[in-house]
Design a protein around this ligand. Structure first.
Ligand code: PEP
Length: 270
């Protein structure tokens, strides 16, 4: 049975004081929960603060990005060894925002953002390989834009992002990945994907993982849903057989709501 994961992506929120308060409140509420793998992904500036707040709990620490080189002239980037030295065990890779693919785009602004957040399928693949080489668990994000869904291209987009992510990886490396299906139009919009449809796309991802490895390996890999996950929709999502938890933005920024998501995920284990 796959242990569910609930990962909070804090994005560019929380200074160190706020990060301490939030992480300490989450630790207080759910720090000893056992049937759910709990992960906090604060901004890089707050990694060590959050690490201190979750010490002696079952909560793990993740980063929001990684660069594949170990060190050097890469101003502003963070390497695997740096993340490991801050206590990270996980790293989010290829979030749609890092790919410059935003849900509610302002066209001029989006063009600028795409230059700054320049992840491509190729860089995502390099980052996955780097993370694995430092024993960080990659949480690999894939998902389609609204325009792609409306054009009937969801499966094609997701398939090509998954294939690119897996390029050059051996089965025993793929086995270590966590995937997150995050339809871009559902991120931060309050418009959650229909649970049955999310389950269908996760099933597609699992079948691609099975083709790349084997049925038994694919059955072990956790695949999360992300996009406006909230306490009022988590139970329906967790009832779906393919959904192994959530990658959560907005609802991860309040201890009460994140705690409710964790409790629901843990309860889904029966
Ligand atoms: C996310 O940041 O990956 C996300 C899914 O955000 P939200 O839960 O706010 O939609």
């Amino acid at each position: 049975m796959r242990i569910p994961i609930m990962a909070g992506n804090w994005k560019m929120n929380c200074d160190n004081e706020e990060a301490w308060q939030l992480a300490a409140a989450i630790a207080d509420q759910v720090g000893d929960v056992q049937n759910c793998e709990m992960i906090l992904c604060p901004p890089a500036t707050a990694l060590t603060t959050v690490l201190a707040a979750i010490e002696d709990t079952n909560i793990g620490l993740g980063a929001q990005n990684i660069f594949w080189e170990e060190s050097g002239a890469y101003t502003g980037e963070l390497s695997g060894p740096m993340l490991v030295s801050c206590g990270c065990e996980y790293v989010i890779i290829g979030h749609s925002e890092r790919r410059g693919r935003f849900g509610a785009p302002d066209e001029d602004f989006t063009a600028e953002l795409q230059k700054v957040f320049g992840d491509t399928d190729a860089s995502v693949n390099r980052k996955i390989k780097a993370a694995l080489s430092y024993e960080l668990t990659p949480i690999v994000c894939v998902g389609e834009l609204l325009s792609e869904r409306q054009a009937g291209q969801t499966d094609e987009v997701v398939t090509s992002q998954v294939h690119a992510a897996l390029d050059g990886l051996a089965a025993d490396q793929i086995d270590l990945l966590v995937f997150a299906y995050e339809p871009v139009w559902a991120i931060g919009t309050g418009e959650v994907c229909d649970a049955g449809e999310a389950n269908r796309v996760l099933g597609l991802i699992r079948s691609l993982l099975a083709e790349a490895t084997s049925d038994s390996v694919a059955q072990e890999i956790r695949i999360l849903y992300g996009g406006s996950v909230k306490p009022d929709n988590i139970v329906g999502l967790m009832q779906q057989p393919e959904i192994d938890g959530g990658l959560v933005g907005g609802a991860a920024l309040q201890a009460d709501s994140f705690g409710e998501l964790i409790s629901a995920a843990a309860a889904s284990m029966g």
